[in-house]
Design a protein. Structure first.
Length: 355
């Protein structure tokens, strides 16, 4: 571990030197790249410097034990320093877990009402509100690029982007089937019903991601935006549907004001979908890494149940339960997401140990 940390410290110092070089500073692309790399190493280096200082203090305190006047005080101090070293050991272990290269990216999300008719669509709307409220609490912004309203409320389908540094790292565990148990407002007999909505999560492919899209592989359809009125819906033929013929992927964008904007947005989402497809294929080949993940990201996988009568949320992948459903549906997702992150780190550490 120390060898790895020394290599990281060496790289960090080298990057700092490079960012004072005038030749590098005059190249925007290099400056951005080196600044990003430096930022990614910051936490590791800060923690390692603290660790080195504690090791030095432990050595000096052990020397003080020999002094009859300072021995007792040194014994107490040594106990505190050993506890701090143990804590920093754990922190460094976690910091050295290989980072998902997509963690810092924006996130594209798609929610669809599934089993349960109108109630499933209403629940899809509730999930959309939950995620967007959570995004706002994190200081992120969001933008809807396509939506189809449910007949009794909610959405039969809604697609949106959450923008903010680290958005994907927090929301990447949300892909799958979400199940709700409650008495629907559409149910006149007051019977408990189980309905589902599916969530798909993808990192937004940024400029660093190289995905070649051949224009000849695309079919582009232009049509009039649908919706229930309001300033977000256009009365001209500005909605864009792009079909990627080799994969059959279809992307629709209708919430921008012009056809050009909708097309640009649809191409960004298509690039992200193709990138996600490429990543999935890579993970299938790697096999073991995919199996160690929390969930497969498949829509069909039942990941969580929201039980309204008992105010309970259960994440089935990690056996996590909380009786704060009301707060969670209002965007207080932190305790669920933190539990998922901790379990993911535990599994990765376990995998490192086994290797």
């Amino acid at each position: 571990m120390i060898e790895r940390l020394e290599t990281i410290l060496e790289k960090y110092n080298k990057l700092q030197d490079l960012l004072t070089n005038q030749e590098v500073l005059s190249d925007i692309k290099k400056t951005r790249q080196y600044s990003k790399e430096l930022s990614e190493l910051e936490d590791k280096v800060t923690c390692y410097k603290k660790y080195k200082k504690v090791l030095e203090d432990i050595t000096n305190t052990k020397e003080m034990l020999k002094d009859p006047d300072l021995g007792e005080m040194a014994k107490e101090e040594l106990k505190e320093l050993e506890a701090e070293k143990e804590q920093l050991d754990k922190e460094l272990e976690v910091l050295l877990i290989p980072k998902d290269p997509n963690d810092s990216k924006n996130v594209i999300m798609e929610i669809r009402g599934a089993a349960g008719g109108d109630e499933a669509n209403i629940f899809a709307g509730d999930l959309f509100r939950m995620y967007t409220r959570y995004a706002e609490k994190q200081g992120f912004s969001y933008q809807v690029y396509n939506s189809v309203d449910g007949t009794a409320g909610g959405f039969s389908q809604i697609e949106f982007i959450i923008k903010g540094n680290g958005a994907y790292s927090l929301l990447k565990y949300e892909s799958g089937s979400h199940r709700v148990q409650r008495v629907p407002v559409t149910e006149s007999n007051g019977r408990l019903q189980t309905s589902t909505a599916t969530v798909l999560v993808m990192p937004e492919a940024d400029d660093d991601v190289e995905i070649e899209i051949n224009p000849n592989d695309l079919r582009v359809d232009i049509y009039r935006s649908s919706g229930n009125g309001g300033q977000g819906v256009n009365t001209t033929d500005s909605a864009v549907r792009i079909t990627h013929l080799p994969t059959g992927l279809v992307v629709t964008c209708q919430n921008e004001r012009s056809q050009i904007q909708n097309r640009e947005q649809a191409m960004k989402v298509l690039k992200s979908r193709l990138y996600e497809l490429q990543e999935q294929e890579k993970q299938e080949k790697e096999g073991a890494e995919r199996r160690s993940k929390i969930g497969t990201g498949d829509r069909a996988e039942k990941i969580r149940t929201y039980n309204y009568p008992q105010n309970r949320v259960t994440d089935h992948r990690i056996g996590f339960t909380t009786n704060n459903l009301d707060r969670i549906m209002d965007g207080a997702l932190d305790e669920v997401i933190n539990a998922l992150i901790q379990e993911d780190q535990r599994r990765k550490l376990q995998g490192d140990t086994e290797e």
